[in-house]
Design a protein around this ligand. Structure first.
Ligand SMILES: Cc1cc2nc3c(=O)[nH]c(=O)nc-3n(C[C@H](O)[C@H](O)[C@H](O)COP(=O)(O)OP(=O)(O)OC[C@H]3O[C@@H](n4cnc5c(N)ncnc54)[C@H](O)[C@@H]3O)c2cc1C
Length: 319
């Protein structure tokens, strides 16, 4: 009885986070001699089914016209019981954060957030996660099965497809239940923008920019670099950019190849969101700003002098 279930949201497709969840699930199932099952929440497209088919034993598709957590939970609880789940893994998106703890409660299991490593320990699961804004790592042993864990995006390697094996596909209609919540409005992120979590290069602005206008300069720099623009909480809270740009402990966890922090001090809560970045670079007038302790490259200078120069040099190098 060591089955592992991965729960993925169809709307996200087989993004890097879903690949990591699949990889973590595959290795955990193999370590325990169990099987990997996938549950797709929402109508899965062909690309997602094709990607999951060689990885999982079964794919259960929970299709519905309007996502409703209560209906989803009832059906998910039933599917997890039927598959005798030993562990249930989610990604780190807001839907997963909403469902996972409630699912653990219903199944009589235990839950932990933001896992960065899974360590099977006898019939228990130990999970490593960052604590104190990324300053320390705690190892938590989940006492009651199933272990329900949502994983940090990109902390896990993708799964290895199996040759010539295809998952059995099941369709389950979530039962209608009286709704206790109602969706009042839905706002989609601007089309064409890559998700920050998937960005290879991020140019991020902080309170030191002093207002919304300099973000236009960061956008221009980002366009040359083929990068996404992000921000610190101070900049988002000031209303200079959308809250969806916030990186950090209470914002998005990103893992780009390059994270350029412009006029960001490097508070621990901000650093918690960029600990998986391969390279951090910073521009800051204060040589003692904490961000410089975490940087591979740093420029102690006013951003107003550096950004135009960077744009000019990079544009010239590109042409
Ligand atoms: C529970 C909790 C959760 C939080 N979650 C987050 C989170 O998810 N993300 C997050 O970012 N923060 C978060 N914070 C807030 C965090 O503690 C900091 O307040 C915030 O990160 C500061 O943002 P900042 O670096 O942009 O601003 P500041 O700390 O004010 O830094 C501005 C920097 O700009 C520099 N500067 C000024 N002028 C210039 C110039 N002309 N050129 C170059 N540099 C210049 C300054 O030297 C300074 O270092 C959280 C806080 C709490 C309590």
């Amino acid at each position: 009885m060591s089955n592992v279930i991965i729960c993925l949201f169809a709307a996200n497709g087989f993004d890097r986070a879903a690949q990591g969840v699949s990889g973590a699930g595959q290795r955990l199932a193999a370590d325990n001699g169990g099987r990997l099952h996938a549950v797709v929440i929402g109508a899965a497209d062909d690309a997602l089914q094709t990607a999951l088919s060689p990885l999982a034993e079964t794919i259960t598709s929970l299709a519905f016209s309007e996502y409703q957590p209560e209906a989803c939970l009832n059906t998910l609880t039933q599917v997890c019981r039927e598959l005798a789940a030993h562990a249930v893994l989610f990604g780190n998106d807001t839907y997963s954060q909403e469902l996972a703890p409630r699912l653990a409660y219903r199944l009589g299991g235990s839950a932990v957030a933001d896992g960065i490593e899974l360590l099977p320990h006898g019939d228990k699961l130990r999970v490593k996660r960052a604590v104190y804004g990324g300053k320390a790592v705690a190892t938590i042993e989940l006492q009651r099965a199933p272990a329900v864990v949502w994983l940090r995006a990109r902390a896990f390697e993708p799964a290895e497809p199996r040759e010539g094996v295809n998952a059995e596909i099941k369709h389950v209609m979530p039962e209608a239940v009286p709704a206790t919540t109602r969706i009042i409005e839905r706002k989609n992120e601007a089309a064409g923008e890559a998700r920050l979590e998937d960005a290879a290069i991020i140019v991020s602005g902080g309170r030191g920019l002093g207002g919304p206008e300099p973000f236009e300069d960061l956008k221009a720099l980002a366009a040359i670099l083929n990068a996404q623009v992000a921000a610190s909480r101070a900049a988002c809270d000031s209303g200079w950019c959308p809250p969806t740009w916030q990186v950090g402990q209470t914002g998005k966890k990103v893992a780009p190849g390059l994270y350029l922090a412009v006029a960001i001090s490097g508070a621990s809560q901000h650093l918690a969101g960029i600990s998986d970045a391969k390279n951090i670079a910073a521009i800051n007038t204060d040589a003692d700003a904490p961000i410089f302790k975490h940087c591979r490259f740093g420029i102690v200078e006013d951003y107003k002098k550096v950004i135009p120069l960077l744009k000019e040099k990079l544009a010239a190098a590109k042409s």
